[in-house]
Design a protein around this ligand. Structure first.
Ligand SMILES: [Zn+2]
Length: 308
């Protein structure tokens, strides 16, 4: 399904499910995606939508598909609670909370203002939430047609991201946890500012790596691939390298996250959407280094800074 961003598509999966179909993810709550679904639904009566996680490109149309096709939404209760928090702007989860958090980490007024002008982008991508959800949990086996799909939860990208593994078919629907060409965004959030999102993500990779066999990996962005363990090793090396770069940059003097964006990312980050991901990612790496005792935190006078 198309996305109106630099990342221009999201992959959804349709699984034969007896008389009907189960969709994995929904696409963004956006008219061109609804139009594509309208074309698909007559030949693919949907009975269920399995949502990997709460991000707009994955659950944006869950409510609409519930109404339009009668498909029940199955997803992690933690993911649904996060969707409710972002949609309803509960304490600590409103866009202003995130921008205040970024300000604390040194993001300059001009760039913050560009973010603020966008409003609640979550609500724009997920216009409405499903009124009923069937919760799924770690290790649960979900029967889709004749096949059992095991839920493998992962953290760091979102609170409790569900990947789905079918041993009989040798297929892992990895969602955003494993992408072939780009790295998954790992973000710190205002509501849990000291959470080690990168540590949680790396730990989750271990669970995916431990799956039996050499499954075909179906990612949410990019092409299906084989080589799950090679990709996990690449991702581990990528984050270790980024951590080394940040640690080296903080060796001379204390630095705040915003000033470290050019260290972490080779290209200039100007687009507000990219700023959002970049700041979250940078803070997550700094908190991870702090947790491991490799960076210290300086909080007196001005933005939070980190020093090796
Ligand atoms: Zn995502």
């Amino acid at each position: 399904m198309p996305l109106p961003f630099a990342l221009d598509h999201v992959n959804l999966w349709l699984l034969e499910d007896g008389e009907g179909w189960t969709a994995v993810d929904t696409g963004l709550g956006w008219e061109p995606v609804r139009a594509l679904w309208r074309g698909l639904l007559p030949a693919h009566p949907l009975q269920r939508v399995l949502v990997t996680h709460c991000h707009p490109d994955h659950m944006g149309l869950a409510s609409w598909l519930q109404r339009e096709a009668g498909a029940t939404t199955w997803m992690s209760p933690r993911e649904f609670a996060t969707a409710e928090a972002w949609h309803g702007e509960s304490p600590g989860n409103a866009p202003q909370d995130l921008y205040a958090f970024f300000r604390l980490h040194g993001l300059e007024d001009r760039r913050r203002a560009a973010l603020e002008r966008r409003g609640n982008t979550y609500r724009q991508g997920v216009p409405e939430l499903p009124s009923q959800v069937r919760g799924i949990r770690e290790g649960e086996e979900i029967l889709v047609g004749e096949h059992a799909w095991k839920v493998v939860m992962g953290q760091g990208h979102s609170p409790e991201h569900a990947s789905l593994f079918c041993e009989a078919l040798g297929i892992l629907i990895a969602g955003d946890m494993l992408l072939p060409r780009i790295t998954t965004n790992i973000s710190a959030h205002s509501v849990a500012p000291r959470e080690d999102a990168l540590g949680l993500y790396l730990e989750s990779l271990g669970r995916l790596e431990a799956l039996p066999g050499d499954p075909l990996v179906l990612p949410s962005h990019g092409l299906p691939f084989r080589g799950l363990r090679i990709r996990v090793a690449q991702l581990r090396a990528h984050h270790a390298r980024r951590c080394d770069l940040l640690q080296a940059a903080c060796a001379q003097a204390p630095r705040d996250a915003a000033s470290l964006l050019p260290v972490l990312f080779e290209r200039e980050i100007e687009d507000p959407f990219q700023t959002l991901f970049a700041m979250g990612e940078c803070i997550a790496h700094l908190v991870h280094l702090e947790r491991r005792g490799l960076l210290g935190r300086v909080e007196a006078g001005g933005p939070v800074r980190f020093v090796a």
